[in-house]
Design a protein around this ligand. Structure first.
Ligand code: FAD
Length: 433
């Protein structure tokens, strides 16, 4: 009997536990460890920050949905991992594992800039449920005493879509309230140009995003580094400063401390390097999915930024890891698989939305992708709402990727996973730094 432990019950960890349970006979134990009592659908957090939806609509109580599927649920935080001994330390116990799937998502590097908040700083974030609630509280106060808004992403950030979503939704909300004409909005980003998104080469996303911001009188400062933040003033590395009454700045991400402290497990930023099978190159029992997984930047940029890891890619990683662990345990036969890393992302802007598609996310050595485009329309906004509902329903009933979803995605050229080619077996995502 093997014990497979999944750390983190977010967009990667909860589906990973379901997918493993689905594939492995019950003689193998699947354990899910979460430091939160609830699953949160993170892509909807910008809506929470602006008071457009209540948090309970995008959360599920893990104790009500997980144990009934034959998955052991432990509500506790992992504080240490020893990948050599194959041992995890929790607050009150240690656990031995045969395989571990690391799905902790990011730790937010709020110390990257003086004054970056919300904790210990002056800006808001919508990267986790707690921050989204703080952002909403600050937004409610702001509406009583409005002033300039600054939205954007700090140097080193890798997640840009939600910043655009927040800026454009803030515009839409204020317009509906009749307050927009009195409130200037500025978008500040470390991306080399607005619409780069850490992906680059998205033929039309540059002009489409710029036009959307310009149409809504949102000033853009791209290729711009924030240096530090003081109450109501944001200072830029080039000496300029921006006054603000409300600011939402996405911070850089890194891997959680307990991973960074495990010798040889992560790169300098705490991200887990992986082989194409999503297994660690040096520790055979360690797999990783989601934001904590290391991906090389798509291209060098004047201000360093990271590469986004969107929900769909996380699902691809989940399917890969569950299949490859089942293969390793001899439960299934066949070839190892790898994710296609096709990235598709919906952003809601209130009266319209934008769909970004990069296939694959990481271009080949000549810089080519099969396809990459951005398109807009109100239907994207509806699709995002529908997708949230569908994903929440899947998590509630314990589905991962039902056959009709796989078939539908394959039909539109998004197969999610593919067999591992012989030449890729030695390729590591990025060298361990
Ligand atoms: C604001 C925002 C908006 C986004 N919008 C989109 C979008 O529109 N579309 C899209 O495709 N992608 C979007 N993304 C990206 C998407 O949310 C991520 O790809 C996805 O959440 C990654 O899943 P994950 O499991 O890696 O991390 P998460 O979903 O963050 O889950 C990680 C879980 O691990 C838990 N954990 C952490 N440390 C420990 C520990 N020590 N012990 C136990 N548990 C621990 C955390 O509490 C959390 O519950 C967005 C991301 C953000 C931040």
């Amino acid at each position: 009997m093997a014990r497979v432990v999944v750390i983190g019950a977010g967009l990667g960890g909860l589906p990973a536990a379901y997918e493993l349970r689905h594939r492995l006979p019950h003689s193998h134990q699947v354990t899910l460890i979460s430091n939160q009592p609830k699953f949160t659908f993170v892509p909807s957090l910008p809506w929470i920050g602006l008071g457009l939806k209540s948090l309970d609509r995008i959360q599920l109580e893990l104790a009500k949905i997980v144990p009934q599927h034959g998955i052991e649920l432990i509500y506790d935080a992992v504080t240490a991992i020893d990948p050599k001994l194959k041992q995890i330390t929790l607050k009150d116990q240690t656990l031995d594992y045969d395989y571990v799937v690391i799905a902790t998502g990011p730790e937010l590097a709020l110390d990257a800039l003086p004054g970056l908040g919300p904790e210990g700083g002056y800006t808001q974030s919508v990267c986790n449920p707690h921050h989204a609630l703080l952002a909403r509280e600050a937004w409610t106060k702001f509406l009583q005493n409005p002033g300039p808004i600054v939205v954007g992403a700090a140097p080193g950030a890798s997640c840009f879509g939600p910043a655009y979503e927040f800026a454009l939704l803030a515009h839409h909300t204020l317009r509906q309230k009749g307050q927009r004409q009195d409130i200037p909005i500025t978008f500040v980003t470390a991306e080399p140009y607005a619409g780069h998104l850490g992906i680059g080469g998205m033929a039309n996303s540059r002009w489409l995003i710029r036009a959307m911001l310009a149409d809504r009188q949102i000033d853009v400062m791209d290729n711009t580094a924030i240096s530090h933040i003081e109450p109501n003033t944001m200072y830029l590395a080039d000496g300029r400063s921006l006054p603000f009454q409300y600011a939402m700045i996405l911070p850089p991400f890194r891997g959680p401390r307990f991973l960074r402290e495990a010798p040889g497990l992560t790169d300098a930023k705490g991200f887990i390097p992986v082989l194409p099978t999503y297994r660690h190159p040096n520790f055979d029992s360690v797999y990783s999915v989601g934001v904590v997984t290391q991906l090389r930047p798509v291209e060098p940029t004047p201000i360093p930024i990271g590469v986004p890891k969107v929900g769909q890619m996380t699902e691809e990683m989940v399917m890969t890891v569950a299949h490859n662990i089942a293969l390793d345990l001899g439960v299934i036969s066949g070839q190892p698989i790898k994710p296609t890393l096709q990235a598709i992302c919906f952003a809601d802007f209130g009266d319209t939305g934008a769909l970004f598609l990069a296939d694959p996310l990481l271009p080949d050595q000549q810089g080519h992708r099969h396809r990459a485009f951005t398109t807009k329309g109100i239907w994207v906004s509806w699709a995002k709402t529908a997708f949230e509902k569908y994903f929440m329903d899947k998590m509630r009933v314990g589905w991962t990727m039902p056959w009709f979803e796989r078939a539908g995605l394959r039909a539109i050229g998004l197969p999610l996973v593919e067999p591992l080619s012989a030449d890729s077996s030695l390729h590591i995502s990025h060298p361990i730094l």
